[in-house]
Design a protein around this ligand. Structure first.
Ligand code: SF4
Length: 623
């Protein structure tokens, strides 16, 4: 598809230049004639409050942050906002934004021969020096290919030449970089605030008249900038289907790429976020309380890859909130954290924010652990804004045995008491997150989720009668790299479906809403999380077969994905349904996260040792 579209471009310069301005005559891509033919046109227009417009000709380098999902998702992404403000306001470089056009707009752009562009400059993305894709979930992978193709940029790094922009990837979904390794020239392992300015400074110094500048620059980054991985300097080696090692193709390429991280308080928080023009998933001011989590739940990749825990001071958080509210006029504030209730003085901080802001201001925190939540935090959250809102807890498992296995040891009583207190404080909806398919889990462990949801509902009804609600999201466990469960196979779809059904049969109350993830989606996610470089062929074939927006139910095409798996000759049994030997080589072994493999192995052994007969634990959970 990529080749045919590039040829189509070559044939339609008259149409483009006459109707919309050809890039060589007029560098601005004008999509105005398409806007009345697409859904949500305002997402493509740019021009939002607080958007930065740096002069193109004066910038040291021109960089575009690319979000491989829709505008409404990307504009809610914290990393996008942080890096956009950092590069534009504190470096000599220009930072633009781009998002994935929905299929209606993508089709019209292809038809008109219009390339994908930066939202501020309206320049074709192919004119930038570097594009940086932020990938926080694997379902964005095919959208990276879609954006490159729409931008008329070759999809794979080996196909690009000196005139193409460098393609950088970063984000937690690339901590195992191998499945997407063919598509990126560089991958940032770690936090962008540390790595991106260094990369852009280095690029500004490059003499691009030199014919070999690209290879020389990549080698410079790999050897001189810690945390930068250049996939083309490595080649995976296999023994049959089994991965053996990532072989270095150049003696200077580092054997291990170490994750980089920042001191959160030393990096300014965003102060003037861009205000979206359309409704977005999180339409509010978002300020990070801290980064990292010390709880070490064994399934949780974030708990391992963001270590050590770094906290932003209460003064820093309060200042950022004041600045953002003044610059945006927003009425909601979200305090972001992996585990907000572990932030010392959270209740005082929320109280101070509400004392110094208008009454209508609503402060919220993300899902949280149960055991540290207390009445002071509940009261502080209820002081401002509208009453009767919701709180989210993430017990993840519903039996004592499973909670020991995953290392999230709360008791049913803790959960019920906390919900009781939250309902008593005026919250009417409790959202609960659980996960099925974790190591050693049985059908009875899954049933216990529904029993527990029923018990929380009974508590809610005592306080609010028919107005109480319990929303239960049951996701499917995906073994993730860099966790103690990285060696464990994923449950097969039939086992997951049986567990979902077992839960469903037990929930009787119409105010308990049970939601779960599609099993096919979880299979694809596991493949993209655990895969080696061969999975890149699957991703390319899936995109060829029309896969885009894989995180959207209405766009996800499981049959195209499984056909792509078969096209690429990849064996799912080998990659996701196999118990890996804790001593075997893993495709992500060349990435260092500052947590040793030995520690993960010990934690895995402890998890398996914690498993005991399920019958006894179910009795304890659902009595
Ligand atoms: S699941 Fe939550 S509490 Fe556990 S390690 Fe992850 S972020 Fe921390």
């Amino acid at each position: 598809m990529g080749e045919s579209r590039r040829r189509a471009h070559a044939k339609v310069p008259d149409l483009v230049s006459a109707a919309f301005g050809h890039r060589f005559m007029n560098p601005v891509v004008d999509i105005a004639p398409l806007l009345d033919r697409v859904a949500k046109p305002a997402q493509y227009t740019g021009g939002e409050l607080n958007a930065r417009r740096k002069p193109w000709d004066e910038a040291a380098t021109r960089f575009a942050l690319c979000f491989p999902d829709a505008y409404e998702i990307g504009m809610s992404n914290l990393a996008m906002g942080v890096l956009y403000e950092q590069v534009n306001d504190r470096t000599p470089h220009l930072c633009d934004r781009a998002f994935t056009p929905f299929p209606d707009m993508a089709d019209l752009m292809r038809e008109a021969g219009l390339p994908l562009f930066g939202w501020e400059t309206r320049r074709p993305l192919a004119d930038f020096d570097m594009l940086g894709f932020s990938l926080s979930y694997e379902s964005g992978n095919t959208n990276v290919l879609e954006m490159l193709d729409l931008a008329d940029i070759p999809l794979e790094s080996r196909e690009r030449g000196p005139g193409d922009p460098l393609i950088l990837g970063g984000g937690s979904a690339l901590m195992n970089p191998e499945p997407m390794a063919d598509f990126f020239d560089l991958i940032a392992i770690g936090e962008g605030e540390e790595l991106l300015p260094r990369l852009l400074d280095a690029l500004a110094d490059v003499d691009r008249e030199r014919p070999e500048w690209r290879a020389a620059f990549l080698m410079h980054c790999a050897t001189e900038i810690p945390g930068i991985y250049v996939p083309s300097l490595y080649r995976p080696r296999f023994d049959g289907q089994r991965f053996v090692e990532n072989e270095r193709l150049h003696a200077d390429a580092p054997a291990q790429i170490e994750r980089q991280f920042v001191d959160l308080d030393a990096v300014p928080a965003p102060s003037r976020p861009v205000v979206p023009l359309t409704e977005v998933v999180h339409d509010r001011v978002a300020v990070e309380l801290d980064r990292g989590c010390a709880r070490a739940c064994r399934f949780c990749q974030a708990g391992y890859i963001y270590r050590p825990v770094r906290r932003r001071s209460a003064e820093g958080v309060a200042t950022a909130i004041d600045q953002c509210l003044a610059a945006t006029g927003q009425s909601d504030v979200s305090l972001l954290s992996l585990n907000a209730v572990d932030y010392d003085g959270l209740d005082d901080l929320i109280g101070d924010v509400q004392d110094s802001t208008p009454d209508y201001l609503q402060v919220s925190i993300p899902s949280t652990r149960v055991e540290s939540f207390n009445v002071d935090i509940a009261q502080a959250l209820q002081r401002g804004g509208k009453r009767g809102g919701s709180l989210t807890f993430a017990p993840e498992a519903a039996t004592p045995r499973m909670r020991q296995v995953i290392n999230k040891e709360i008791s049913d009583e803790d959960l019920l008491d906390t919900c009781d207190m939250a309902f008593a404080q005026g919250f009417r909806t409790i959202k609960l997150y659980f996960m099925i398919g974790q190591p050693t889990e049985t059908l009875d462990d899954a049933r216990a989720i529904a029993h527990l949801a029923n018990r929380v509902m009974a508590v809610g009804r005592r306080h609010h009668g028919a107005k109480a609600k319990v929303n239960v999201t049951v996701s499917t466990f995906i073994p993730k790299p860099f966790t103690p469960f990285q060696w464990h196979p994923q449950d097969r779809p039939e086992a997951i479906r049986a567990k979902q059904q077992a839960c469903f049969e037990i929930v009787r109350d119409r105010n308990v809403h049970l939601m779960w993830h599609d099993t096919e989606e979880s299979q694809v996610e596991a493949l993209l999380a655990l895969g080696d470089r061969r999975v890149g062929r699957v991703i390319r074939r899936a995109w060829d077969r029309g896969c885009r927006f894989d995180g959207w139910m209405e766009h996800f095409k499981p049959e195209a994905w499984f056909a792509a798996v078969s096209d690429a000759g990849v064996d799912l049994d080998e990659l996701i349904y196999r118990h890996r030997d804790p001593d075997e080589a893993l495709p992500w072994d060349h990435i260092g996260i500052h947590v040793s493999k030995r520690l993960l192995q010990r934690e895995y052994a402890r998890a398996l040792a914690a498993a005991e007969p399920a019958e006894a634990s179910l009795a304890g959970a659902s009595a």
